[in-house]
Design a protein around this ligand. Structure first.
Ligand code: ADP
Length: 261
């Protein structure tokens, strides 16, 4: 009887060991795959703006665009926009490493979210036009002041608008609104894109998470860091970000920040 029991125990232990080894190997494989995908996507995302800025600068000298103010402004605006994109990428990656440490300080200065939104939309005009997008900015008559970090808050807006452009499947209609509601500044970024299934509404804010590829968004490059960065900045400023979305019905990202009094 003792022999049977010890044999059974051995079998159970061996099965458990196998199970854990297989699970470990699977996790390591998934981790390695995620690392390769992240590195290749990130390299692509960092190289693209650098190449575009180089091309814009080269075109200015090659075609002596200093003599053509309108064209010059167009190329300079491309350069500005791409540098902003690069800045956002770097901030996202820095955020990744900073988060391992204790909370890093954010600047908290009086910042009008509406003015910030107007600046971001202006700087993205070419990108929106290239995508054939219509962007409606609904502002309130009063300024929408918060205490926040202008660089990071600009990046937050830029990220959400860029996502709307990136994931659009038909000509993009982007409706951005900003208003003070009670003691909060509430900003909506509402698009007519592919929408996001409810099961992913929390997960999209996780680091590296990307909605599994299917259909139209097949070629969209990304790192899965953008919304995690956005949420990290917004929550550090005592705000919240939520999404309302359904597949085929677009997405509405809502940010709520304490209004500065
Ligand atoms: P990335 O865009 O680099 O993949 P994000 O963290 O910005 O990373 O977004 C996470 C995921 O959320 C994206 O991969 C995409 O599937 C989904 N997503 C984000 N914004 C939108 C949007 N406006 N419309 C549809 N899907 C979106």
């Amino acid at each position: 009887r003792y022999y049977v029991l010890s044999s059974l125990l051995m079998i159970v232990l061996t099965c458990a060991a196998f199970y854990f080894i297989i699970r470990l190997m699977r996790n390591q494989r998934l981790y390695a795959e995620a690392r390769v995908a992240f590195t290749s996507n990130m390299t692509h995302e960092l190289k693209t703006p650098i190449a575009t800025v180089a091309l814009a600068l080269e075109s200015i000298t090659r075609y002596d665009l200093v003599q053509q103010p309108q064209k010059l402004e167009e190329y300079l605006s491309i350069g500005r926009q791409e540098l902003q994109r690069l800045n956002l990428m770097i901030e996202k990656v820095l955020n990744l490493s900073r988060e391992q440490d204790v909370d890093y300080p954010l600047n908290r200065v009086l910042y009008d979210v509406q003015t910030g939104l107007q600046d971001v939309v202006r700087s993205m005009e070419l990108q929106l036009a290239n995508a054939g997008a219509v962007c409606k900015l609904e502002l309130s008559p009063e300024p929408c002041f918060v205490y926040g970090d202008p660089v990071h808050l600009t990046n937050v807006c830029y990220n959400l608008i860029e996502n709307a452009i990136k994931y659009a499947i038909a000509p993009l209609l982007l409706e951005i609104s900003c208003a003070v509601v009670h003691d909060r500044v509430v900003v909506h970024f509402k698009d007519n894109g592919p929408g996001i299934d409810k099961i992913y509404h929390d997960k999209i804010f996780d680091r590296f998470f990307r909605v599994p590829v299917k259909g139209d968004i097949h070629d969209v490059k990304g790192s899965g860091l953008g919304l995690n960065y956005v949420r990290s900045i917004v929550t550090r400023l005592n705000g919240t970000i939520t999404v309302k979305s359904e597949p085929g019905k677009g997405s509405d990202f809502m940010i709520s920040l304490p209004a500065a009094t």
